[in-house]
Design a protein around this ligand. Structure first.
Ligand code: SAH
Length: 504
């Protein structure tokens, strides 16, 4: 890697907590620093999307240690932080949870202070609080606990020089939260009971807390190690000991959401995947975003010609959000604005398409209830289109039905491809993730064709229930011998989600 260092500018290191995993639990300050950093050194336990917004030109390096992190690795991390900062970079040191809670953030800050490097500490939401909250366990509660202790379970409790004072912990008047203690859980439980803590005290282990695959096991101090073992709990996990765990029965919320634990593939173009993915996530699903198609707006001669004579059309019709976007992009590229559209009628298929048109300042005149091209044709059955000049601003591979139907109704149809949908290949990791999913959602026929080709054949999709947004998409599935498990009755994102909720 070539690095261009600018020595004139003083560097700065930000020790930032990334939170426990749920992307929404990073602080605003942390997210802003990550987005503007020139270098990011990140740890193992940060959430999977914590680095999504880093600058394209940023230096991004993994600087984590294994669960038993060795100190030579720590020295290398310290040296790299100093090197980057001395080179004038703004450096984010990104750690899971809070940087100072069992995160060596205090040690790294001391090294920076000694080296005379300016730094800031940006706290994060620590797992002990967040994973407990997502498991429905309040770490303090007026009826249960007036204090909470965060304890490392990393140390072998049997070693003579253990720095943990077990009798003091056993006597602690409040909730105990053990970090890093999955492996040592049997000995932690034994030591506490031996030192006088009640064997019957409620206890919970929360693994992958705040993530879509969160897993919680509850029991009593005496049997929680065995229950965690039976449930095959994997790190990162923490253990909460205290009567606060009883509250889970009443206030657990995260694992009760309708799609919790379901892995759902979203096969939309990247730019549009956001809404569907966001809504699925808030229903508890683990979303696998497979960018089956991406979109490229055309700037060719037929687009230019259509835009130049746009005022001569009586009607402009869109069947997709991208149709609207590509049309208005071309309009503005030609240095034209809304005034060129005066007097034209607009037709859209789909509520999202109409909404996008409205975002551009135009209210659709024709919007069928059924969000398919046939719905629009039904609507036009009652409108006199004879001799009317109609512009269809669509994708290059749009179905012919709308154009043909309009010609039959006597219109002069100009069907212009304003954009192409481009099929992207999935890499091995994406392919494996898709193969293990519980459901696949399809919001267009082209997404079906594209996923089938990029995953290497329909047989890889046979076992996974497919949810289709409407008849055109279902027909595309059947072309590949795939029968949709459900089809939306309203052909839009909300309808697709309803269909999925009904079969899950
Ligand atoms: N600085 C971090 C803790 C780092 S120590 C923080 O403030 O959260 C690593 C330990 O944190 C793990 O062994 C586990 O006990 C706990 N941990 C981190 N992320 C977790 C998660 N998502 N769910 C449960 N425990 C987690």
């Amino acid at each position: 890697m070539t690095e261009h260092f600018d020595n004139a500018k003083p560097g700065h290191v930000y020790l930032v907590g990334a939170g426990p995993g749920d992307p929404g639990l990073m602080t605003l300050r942390g997210a802003a620093l990550v987005a503007s950093a020139e270098a990011v050194l990140y740890d193992r336990l940060i959430g999977s999307s914590a680095l999504n917004d880093v600058r394209a030109d940023a230096i991004v390096e993994f600087a984590g240690k294994g669960p038993r992190g060795d100190s030579s690795k720590q020295e290398q991390i310290d040296a790299r932080l100093i090197e980057l900062a001395r080179a004038g970079k703004s450096v984010v040191r990104l750690k899971g949870g809070d940087p100072l809670v069992f995160g060596r953030g205090g040690e790294e800050a001391a090294v920076l202070a000694a080296a005379g490097i300016p730094f800031e500490i940006v706290p994060g939401v620590t797992a002990g609080v967040a994973a407990a909250a997502y498991a429905g366990v309040p770490v303090t509660h007026r009826d249960h606990a007036a204090a909470v202790a965060f304890v490392t379970g990393h140390e072998d409790p049997n070693k003579p020089e253990s720095s943990i004072d077990w009798p003091a912990l056993a006597a602690f008047p409040g909730t105990l939260v053990f970090y890093m203690g999955v492996k040592n859980l049997p000995r932690i439980s034994e030591q506490l009971i031996e030192a006088g803590r009640s064997a019957d005290e409620p206890a919970a282990v929360v693994a992958q807390g705040t993530r879509a695959d969160q897993q919680t096991v509850t029991g009593r101090l005496v049997d929680i190690p065995e229950l965690a073992r039976e449930a095959a709990i994997e790190p990162p996990a923490l253990t909460v000991i205290g009567s606060v765990v009883e509250e889970r029965q009443r206030i657990e919320w995260f694992e009760r959401r309708p799609l919790f634990g379901r892995r759902v593939v979203v096969t939309r173009a990247r730019a549009q995947a956001g809404t569907l993915a966001g809504r699925l996530r808030s229903l508890g699903a683990e979303v696998i975003e497979s960018p089956a198609i991406s979109v490229r707006f055309r700037e060719d001669e037929s687009v230019r010609a259509a835009i130049e004579q746009v005022s001569s059309f009586d009607l402009v019709a869109f069947t997709s959000v991208n149709g609207v976007r590509s049309f208005f992009t071309a309009l503005s590229d030609a240095a034209l604005d809304a005034r060129a559209l005066g007097g034209i009628e607009f037709a859209t298929v789909g509520a999202a398409t109409a909404e996008e048109l409205r975002n551009h300042g135009v209210i659709a005149d024709h919007l069928p209830d059924r969000a398919v091209s046939e719905g629009l044709l039904d609507l036009f059955g009652e409108v006199d289109l004879v001799g009317k000049r109609v512009l269809l601003a669509v994708a290059s591979e749009t179905r012919p039905v709308l154009g043909e139907g309009l010609v039959e109704l006597g219109a002069e149809v100009h069907k212009v491809a304003f954009y192409d949908t481009i099929h992207e290949q999935l890499d091995d990791e994406q392919t494996a993730a898709v193969a293990e999913a519980d459901f696949i959602t399809f919001a267009s026929g082209s997404a079906v064709h594209s996923l089938v080709s990029s995953i290497g054949g329909a047989e890889h999709l046979k076992a996974i229930p497919a949810v289709s947004i409407g008849p055109t998409t279902s027909a595309a599935l059947r072309e590949h011998g795939l029968e949709p498990a459900a089809e939306a009755t309203r052909h839009e994102i909300d309808g697709l989600i309803d269909a999925l909720l009904q079969i899950q």
